[in-house]
Design a protein around this ligand. Structure first.
Ligand SMILES: [Zn+2]
Ligand SMILES: [Zn+2]
Length: 368
């Protein structure tokens, strides 16, 4: 048996471990530090959704379909509500406006996009407001207020982005938001006008709890697979040099780096995330849960703070940090499944650089 076998194995990326619920943990939930962690987690999730321009979309989806929204209620409660005459809904399309198919009512009406300009403007205004306020607060709290003691919080205490790269990632975030916020505004107008292709449903009883759990897992895996294969494709030489390299100039990334990329790359990524909503029926809670999960960990994974999540399937921050350090390896985001399957996890017996493409690196030269 080879005694050095462990040295040639892949790097360890221990996924999170769910803490055991006990009295100490329960007490710690109410400490100031825990509250600060919860507050910054909410701030990060909000910033993530704003930076992807999707906040308005979720608000419009819930607002437009509020009367159908049932998550914990039983069908008996629903029947009672129906008999009181408050709601009478048999089908999602019953309460949605049917677009006027007459061409005289305008092309926008015909394509379920009436008042699109209001939706795009609101989406952009809301997203930029959250981006500047929440993003500004996080930047101030960590990168300005605590800049002189990085050893307390930073993964790479001796490395900061250059001023030029800080300006670049902020500018790219603003530009990407223009594209993504506009896409979200268009989708919001489509939802508001009762566009027929979205398969999001709001009443848990419509498909039952087993389908709800199954479809949530399917959505999560679909988005993780989409992100992996899209990201891996972006590392092909042509796409890398012309698009994805913009994102890889941040060698010690900050949370803002998560959304700083070529606008075309950002827009296509957003479309991949939204795509399952036209593919199979998904409950609104699953949609919001999966999106906010992805946004939250997208920012955390770029924060440069060496953290491990409590979710057993979520790789630690170090996993994507290594992607920025070693370039063409570790392509996944929210699980290690696809990197394991395609053998693209970073390995100890290989070396990596920006010029070694395709995820396998190069075998280390043996020194005698
Ligand atoms: Zn990459
Ligand atoms: Zn990245």
């Amino acid at each position: 048996m080879d005694p050095n076998k462990s040295e040639t194995d892949g790097y360890e990326y221990p996924c999170g471990q769910v803490p055991k619920l006990n009295a100490t943990l329960l007490r710690s939930l109410f400490t100031f530090k825990t509250m600060a962690v919860i507050t910054s987690s909410i701030a990060l999730a909000l910033l993530g959704s704003a930076a992807h321009g999707d906040t308005l979309l979720f608000v419009v989806m819930l607002w437009r379909n509020w009367n159908q929204f049932h998550f914990f209620s039983t069908s008996i409660e629903k029947d009672l509500e129906d008999t009181t005459g408050k709601i009478e809904v048999n089908n999602a399309s019953d309460i949605l406006p049917v677009a006027n198919t007459s061409m005289s009512s305008g092309l926008l009406d015909y394509y379920y996009l009436k008042d699109i300009h209001y939706f795009v403007a609101s989406s952009l205004l809301g997203s930029y407001a959250l981006f500047f306020v929440v993003g500004g607060f996080l930047q101030w709290n960590y990168y300005i207020r605590q800049r002189n003691r990085p050893q307390d919080w930073k993964c790479q205490p001796t490395r900061f982005l250059t001023k030029e790269n800080e300006r670049h990632e902020f500018l790219m975030g603003v530009v990407c938001l223009l594209f993504n916020g506009s896409l979200s505004g268009v989708t919001s107008a489509y939802v508001y006008n009762g566009g027929p292709y979205l398969k999001v449903y709001y009443d848990i009883q419509e498909y039952g709890w087993i389908y709800f759990i199954f479809s949530t897992v399917a959505l999560f895996l679909f988005q993780d697979a989409g992100a992996y294969y899209y990201h891996r494709m972006l590392h092909f030489p042509f796409l890398y040099r012309n698009f994805h390299k913009w994102h890889h100039r941040y060698h010690s990334p900050t949370a803002f780096s998560a959304v700083a990329m070529h606008p075309v790359e950002s827009l296509v990524f957003q479309m991949i995330l939204l795509f399952p909503m036209v593919l199979f029926p998904i409950h609104f809670v699953s949609v919001v849960g999966c999106f906010y999960y992805i946004y939250y960990f997208g920012l955390v994974d770029h924060s440069g703070v060496d953290l491990t999540s409590i979710w057993p399937w979520q790789p630690p921050v170090m996993f994507h940090d290594d992607h920025h350090k070693h370039f063409h390896v570790n392509f996944g985001f929210n699980t290690l499944l696809f990197d394991r399957f395609h053998d693209t996890l970073r390995r100890k017996d290989r070396e990596y650089s920006e010029s070694f493409f395709y995820g396998k690196g190069r075998e280390l030269k043996k020194s005698n």
